[in-house]
Design a protein. Structure first.
Length: 319
C-alpha cells in the first residue's frame, strides 16, 4: 500500500510539472509602472509567457512601503499562479517593522530565483562645487546639504542613513514619491544629493546634469569612472547591491518552482537581455547563484544582514 501511495504522489508531481501553468499567472510589483522593478517584471512576464505558453500579467500594487503587495503574495494560494517581483526592500522590512508586519517573511515567502543586481550610486546636482567624494565629504562638514529619498524605510533611505552615520555627517533628508521627481528637482538645483540606481541616472550624468560621487560596490564601475567606492572609504557595511528577485508563496509546489526557475535561468542566459542590462550597470546573477535553493539561502542572509544594519545604526521605520 505504501509503495502505491508513493507512486500516486510521484505521478501527481510529474503531472503538475508537465501541466503547469494551465492558466494566466499574476506577477505582483510593489511599485508604480515604469520604475526599475516594474521594468524587470515586464521583461520577465513577456519571456515567461513565450516559454511557458500562458499569459503572465503584471499587476502594480503600491503603498505601505511595499508591505501591501508582499502581504498579497503571502496570503495568496500556494499554487504558482501568484508571484512577486521585488527588490532589496523585501529583506529590509523585517528589520524595520519586526512583528508589526502582517506576514512572516521567512515562513510565508520563498525565493524562486534572483534576477539581477547593481550598486547604488550617490549623485549630486552639477552646480555643487565638490568634484569628488573626498571634496564632497569636506564640503558637507562645513554646511548642511539635503539628500533626496523615496520614502522613509526604502532602500535609498537606509543607504543614506548608513552613509551619514559611517561618515559622521548631518544632512536634511527630503522625501519624494519615487526617483523621477527627485531627479527632476536635482536637475533644477532644488535638492543636492540622491542615492539611486545606475540606470536611472546614466543619461543625466552623460548630459552633464548630474555628477556621480560614489558607488556602493567594491570594484570600479565602467559607467562611473570618477566615482569612489564607498566600501573602500567606509568598509563592507556600505556594500549595497540593489537586487531584484522572483518570489512565490512558501508552500508553492516544488514542481512549479522548478519550472519557473528554469524559465528564469533561460532568460538570464539570453545575450540580448544581458547586453541591455550591462549597458546600464546592471548584472545578471552568476550561474551558481541561480537555483531556487541558492536564492532562498541568499534571501535569508539578506534578511539577517539588513536586520543587523538597521539595529546597529538605529534606523527607524516610517511612522
Amino acid at each position: 500500500m505504501r509503495w502505491l501511495l508513493s507512486l500516486v504522489f510521484l505521478t501527481s508531481c510529474v503531472a503538475l510539472a508537465q501541466e503547469y501553468p494551465t492558466k494566466a499567472v499574476t506577477i505582483i510589483v510593489p511599485f508604480s509602472a515604469g520604475g526599475p522593478t516594474d521594468q524587470v517584471a515586464r521583461v520577465l512576464a513577456a519571456r515567461f509567457a513565450e516559454r511557458l505558453g500562458q499569459p503572465f500579467v503584471v499587476e502594480n500594487v503600491t503603498g505601505g512601503n511595499t508591505i501591501i503587495a508582499t502581504n498579497r503574495l503571502a496570503r495568496a494560494p500556494a499554487d504558482g499562479y501568484t508571484l512577486l517581483v521585488h527588490n532589496l526592500q523585501i529583506s529590509a522590512n523585517p528589520g524595520l517593522y519586526g512583528a508589526k508586519l502582517p506576514y512572516d517573511t521567512e515562513r510565508d515567502i520563498a525565493a524562486v530565483g534572483f534576477i539581477n543586481h547593481s550598486p547604488l550610486v550617490l549623485v549630486g546636482r552639477s552646480a555643487l562645487p565638490a568634484k569628488s567624494l573626498a571634496e564632497l565629504i569636506a564640503y558637507m562638514r562645513t554646511r548642511s546639504l539635503n539628500i533626496a529619498h523615496a520614502g522613509a524605510g526604502t532602500t535609498g533611505y537606509i543607504t543614506t542613513a548608513l552613509f551619514l552615520q559611517q561618515a559622521k555627517l548631518d544632512a536634511l533628508l527630503v522625501p519624494y514619491r519615487g526617483a523621477a521627481p527627485a531627479l527632476q528637482d536635482m536637475v533644477g538645483n532644488h535638492v543636492d544629493l540622491f542615492f539611486t540606481t545606475p540606470q536611472a541616472v546614466l543619461p543625466l550624468i552623460g548630459a552633464g546634469q548630474l555628477r556621480a560621487y560614489g558607488i556602493t560596490a567594491k570594484e570600479p564601475y565602467a559607467q562611473f569612472p570618477g566615482a569612489a567606492s564607498f566600501v573602500d572609504e567606509y568598509g563592507p557595511k556600505l556594500e549595497v547591491q540593489y537586487w531584484h528577485a522572483l518570489f512565490a508563496p512558501a508552500a508553492t509546489p516544488k514542481a512549479a518552482v522548478d519550472k519557473l526557475n528554469g524559465a528564469l535561468q533561460a532568460l538570464l542566459d539570453d545575450p540580448a537581455i544581458v547586453r541591455s542590462w550591462t549597458s546600464t550597470g546592471v548584472l545578471p546573477y552568476a550561474k551558481e547563484q541561480r537555483s531556487a535553493e541558492a536564492a532562498h539561502a541568499l534571501f535569508r542572509s539578506e534578511i539577517a544582514r539588513w536586520a543587523e544594519v538597521i539595529r546597529d545604526n538605529k534606523i527607524q521605520a516610517p511612522e
